[in-house]
Design a binder for this molecule. Structure first.
Ligand SMILES: Cc1cc2nc3c(=O)[nH]c(=O)nc-3n(C[C@H](O)[C@H](O)[C@H](O)COP(=O)(O)O)c2cc1C
Length: 358
């Protein structure tokens, strides 16, 4: 009996860490799987798609804090959340506390329900000034920006950082404490320093150390590509959620795969060809609708490449597809590709899985 109780308690604790729902201010997410903000990728169509395929939240592409840009088509599009499922999280970037507060207010007026501050992007110049992860070097300024944004809006404010400036200056814990004192409601940490850019492997020890020392929810990010990796990172860091970026490109169903694995310990089978054909063509219609025919077709190319990467016959298809200039041609090429793919089996067939060549 005693042994049984211990086993039950252990299983309960295990599931608690893996399946914790995530709370951000008044918003209870449906799970602890979050789509990372990615400029040029996490537009409204992609966010909606990821949410419909199992993500608990999706952070928008960053919106500049420079108000001169707010009238531009690009920024207006980024601030368009029509039909988007709650909670709507919008990322802002910049280094001036007053401008950041104004940007936060502007986005709340446009429908943002959560404001996320970007201190994780290594791009050299954002908003004509040093911003993104460059800010991690100036802890006082970080505090001023966070205080200014938190006091400007009455929605939850979250923060995204890297582990520090470089390997000798990992100040994630200092920044986390500043964030907590400023009233930040959740902190996402990408397990690399700014100097690492995207090189090497992300590390999770710093994320675990931060989680151990602060009370605010922590979101672990970096190189989480499989359900097993998601589980491992949740267990080793005790983070409240994981954030997934590149692994969701062309594979928005990764969220349901992870969710299923965390709750059952086993894997979903690969998706059916028919289903992914349907998902991709609907994604394309959304892109044409959102960006218009000309830009929609061009933006769709990278998504089609991601969806089909590694699938049997995809190399010549991708090459030909990149030359197509109209939505009709693009859709018919995609449908033909998936039609051919279905001859290899009901489910997606990747190169190597059956000794097949690209
Ligand atoms: C194309 C691309 C664009 C990105 N844009 C942003 C951004 O606008 N804001 C941000 O905070 N991080 C940005 N990132 C970083 C991601 O949010 C994430 O931290 C990083 O990709 C590591 O996670 P992953 O290994 O799951 O991709 C971007 C990453 C990529 C690949």
């Amino acid at each position: 009996m005693g042994l049984e109780l211990i086993l039950y308690a252990k299983t309960f604790l295990f599931l608690y860490y893996l399946l914790k729902v995530m709370q951000i201010g008044p918003y209870t997410l449906k799970n602890n799987l979050i789509v990372a903000p990615m400029a040029g990728v996490t537009d409204r169509p992609f966010r909606q798609l990821c949410k419909s395929m199992g993500a608990g939240m999706a952070v928008s592409e960053m919106v500049s804090c420079n108000s001169l840009l707010w009238g531009s088509e690009k920024t207006k599009r980024r601030a368009n959340h029509e039909g988007e499922v709650d909670p709507i999280s919008v990322q802002i970037a910049g280094a001036d506390p007053v401008m950041m507060a104004q940007a936060a207010l502007y986005n709340v007026e446009q429908g943002a329900q959560i404001i996320d501050i970007n201190m994780g992007c290594p791009a050299k110049k954002i908003c004509n000034t040093m911003a993104g992860s460059a800010l991690l070097r100036d802890e006082k300024l970080v505090g001023r920006i966070l205080d200014s944004v938190v006091s400007a809006v009455d929605v939850p404010v979250t923060l995204k950082i890297r582990t520090g400036w470089d390997r000798d200056n990992k100040n994630a814990l200092v920044i986390a404490r500043i964030a907590e004192n400023s009233g930040i409601e959740a902190l996402a940490i990408h397990g690399r320093t700014r100097a690492c850019a995207y090189n090497g492997k992300a590390e999770y020890e710093t994320i675990a150390a931060v989680k151990n020392h602060v009370e605010i929810p922590i979101i672990a990010n970096g190189d989480i590509n499989t359900p097993e990796e998601a589980k491992k990172v949740l267990e080793s860091t005790k983070a409240d959620a994981v954030m997934i970026g590149r692994a969701a490109q062309g594979r928005p169903w990764i969220f349901r795969e992870i969710s299923y694995y965390l709750s059952t310990g086993s894997h979903l089978p690969l998706p059916e060809v028919n289903e992914i054909q349907h998902v991709l063509t609907n994604h394309l219609y959304d892109l044409y609708d959102f960006y218009g025919e000309y830009s929609g077709v061009r933006i769709a190319r990278k998504h089609i490449s991601w969806y089909t990467k590694g699938l049997v016959g995809s190399a010549p298809f991708r090459h030909a597809m990149n030359q197509l200039k109209s939505s009709d041609e693009q859709l018919s090429a995609v449908n033909k590709f998936f039609g051919n793919l279905s001859c290899h089996g009901e489910r997606l067939t990747y190169i190597g899985s059956e000794g097949l060549a690209a």
